[in-house]
Unconditional design. Sequence first.
Length: 436
Amino acid sequence: MKKETIQRAKYLTGGLDLPGDKSISHRYAMLAALAEGISELRHFSAAADCHSTLACVSALGPEVKIEKDAVRVAGRGLRGLKSSWRALDAGNSGTTMRLLSGILAGQQFSSKLTGDDSLQKRPMKRVIGPLREMGADIRARDDNFAPLEIRGAQLKPIDYSMPVASAQVKSAVLLAGLFADGVTSVTEPARTRDHTELALEEFGAAIEKNGRTIRIHGFASANGGGKLLAKSLDVPGDLSSAVFFIAAASLFPDSNILIHNVGLNPTRTAILDVFAAMGASIQILGPKVAHGEVVGDLSVKGSSLKGGVIAGEQIPLVIDELPMLAALGPYTEEGIEIRDAAELRVKESDRIAALAENLRRMNAKVEERPDGLKVSGRSAGKLRGAEIDPRGDHRIAMAFAAAGLAAEGNTVIHDPDCAAVSFPTFFQELNRLVER
């Protein structure tokens, strides 16, 4: 198996362009397929997950052309998708499976959705439940796991109060709401990323927002608008990918990096607030709004990190960034404590267990809990290089690559290619910025 050796660094310096945002790329591709006309999506994510979405979209009829990081999708309209003769393969992408389930639930044909071994272990009942309330016929292994068999149906609108905050569940219900005859509403217990609402509006759907409740008018309802229209859109850089470089640069006093064209959607920037509270030196330069999304540059310099507790309503807003925060824990003054994050156990890996195991390999003091972990700070001892098993999880691999830069001795990341799920050139970019 391939390995990547991370050597101790002096600091990070230089400029960085990130891959296109994964979350936004997924949503633009799906809505482009449902729109009328040809959409051009520039700076589309290179992540394997997003290309799983493109493959599924293509299998449903829309013509998809990829040229470097630009994607053209010839949409077929809200009622123009056709059944695929083979199962739709979401690969490792939970976003693909959950969001596409909402779209497929309202079609006039049957579909089968599957994925890799990891995805087939991740829970889908949270999406299946509300879609069934809308009238969808969905069958799953043990009523919870992929493969999913979805028999399209005429959907009815619902008012859904989500028991757990999840942007993916919210998105699946809103996308299904496009095909319902009436107004579908979703109320979330805590704020989650709103890329789906913004993208729906951009393509012409009728959306209303009132606090934590979002309403969508089905295309056949009085105010539904009737159709989505093709768009020409730029995907901003992925803030979740920026986090690994923010963390790495923060570890060294002499670091100075500039990250260009980063998506700074307010439902995503909670991670910057967490970093700021920890003492990180981050400055936002030239913010602007494009296609409803805020975009700007990030200037990051070295700093001394304090640490702290991440819990409660913060968790859904930084769920993808928690592995990096946990791996920073041993370099902070107070350590890092993560609570209320049981969701981490059902991601691409059991991230709580993976973090605890690999941090201990590096000589960190870690207390593992059912819903999080407590990582002791600098006073507990220095991190040592170690053999890291990311368990096939891209965020674990990248988090420990960043943490390994300041450890004593070399850190060896096994299966580094798993980073390609979200950031195929991660290790090349990291090595380019590192001075040794």
